[in-house]
Design a protein around this ligand. Structure first.
Ligand code: HEM
Ligand code: HEM
Length: 182
C-alpha cells in the first residue's frame, strides 16, 4: 500500500506528490503577493514568516521524498521513446529546480546570520553567511528558479492531462494509487 510497484505509485509517493504540488503553488502565490506589501502592512512580516516556515517544511519533505524514491521502484513512464525521455528529464529538472529555489530561499533568509523559525516550533541556524552580495544574488536566483519551476510544472501537468484524455493511458490515475482505468 505505501510502497511503489512497477505499475503504480504507493500511498507515500502519492500523498507527498500532491501535498508538495499544493504547497509549491501556495508558496509561489504568497511569495509574489509579498512583493506588493508595504512596511506598514501587518502581512509585511507575517507573509515571510509563513513563507519560510512552509518553505523549510517543504525542504525537509523533499529530502525525505528523494530518500524514499531511492529505496523504491518506480512505475515506468508510458508513451513513445521521446515521451519517456521527456518524462525522465522533466522529473529530474523539477527536482533540481525545487532544490535551487529552496536553497536560494534559505540563503536569502540567513544571509545576515539569522536563523529561520519554522512555525515557532524550532529554528534552523544559518549555514552560509556573508558571501559577496549573498542576499541579492540568492534573491535573483530564487525568483528566476521559482518562475522556471512553476512554468515547467505547468507543462508537466499538461503532459499528464494529455496522457489521460488523449492517449487514454494510466499515467494520471497511477499518481492516485490506481492501476486500471474504469
Ligand atoms: C518551492 C518553494 C518556494 C517557492 C515556489 C518560492 C517562491 C517565492 C517567490 C515567487 C517569491 C517572490 C519573488 C522574490 O522576491 O524572489 C519569494 C520570495 C521569498 N522567498 Fe520563497 N519560495 C520557495 C521557498 C522558499 C524557502 C524554502 C525560503 C527560505 C527558507 C524562501 C524565502 C523567501 C524569501 C526570504 C523571500 C523574499 C525575498 C526578497 O524579498 O527578496 N522561499 N519566494
Ligand atoms: C508544482 C507542481 C508539481 C511538481 C513539482 C511535480 C513533480 C513531479 C515529480 C518530481 C514526479 C516524478 C515522480 C516522483 O518523483 O514523485 C511527478 C510525477 C507525476 N506528476 Fe507531478 N508535479 C507537480 C504537479 C502535478 C500536477 C498539477 C499534475 C496533474 C495535473 C501532476 C501529475 C503527475 C503525474 C501523473 C505523475 C506520474 C508520471 C509518471 O508516472 O510518469 N503533477 N510529478
Amino acid at each position: 500500500m505505501w510502497r511503489n510497484t512497477s505499475e503504480k505509485y504507493g500511498l507515500t509517493a502519492v500523498l507527498i506528490h500532491w501535498l508538495s504540488a499544493l504547497v509549491i503553488i501556495g508558496l509561489f502565490a504568497l511569495g509574489w503577493w509579498m512583493l506588493t506589501l508595504t512596511y506598514y502592512d501587518e502581512w509585511y512580516r507575517l507573509g515571510p514568516w509563513w513563507h519560510k516556515s512552509f518553505g523549510i517544511t517543504l525542504l525537509i519533505l523533499t529530502l525525505l521524498r528523494v530518500l524514499w524514491t531511492l529505496v523504491n521502484t518506480k512505475p515506468k513512464p508510458l508513451g513513445n521513446k521521446l515521451e519517456k525521455i521527456g518524462a525522465k528529464t522533466g522529473h529530474l529538472l523539477l527536482y533540481l529546480l525545487l532544490f535551487t529555489v529552496m536553497v536560494s530561499g534559505f540563503l536569502i533568509s540567513s544571509a545576515d546570520g539569522s536563523s529561520i523559525s519554522v512555525f515557532g516550533w524550532f529554528s534552523v541556524p544559518a549555514v552560509l553567511t556573508d558571501l559577496p552580495k549573498q542576499a541579492d544574488i540568492a534573491g535573483d536566483v530564487h525568483w528566476y528558479s521559482a518562475l522556471a519551476l512553476v512554468i515547467i510544472a505547468g507543462g508537466h501537468a499538461l503532459a499528464a492531462l494529455k496522457h489521460h484524455f488523449i492517449n487514454k493511458d494510466s499515467t494520471l490515475i497511477r499518481m492516485f494509487g490506481k492501476t486500471k482505468r474504469k
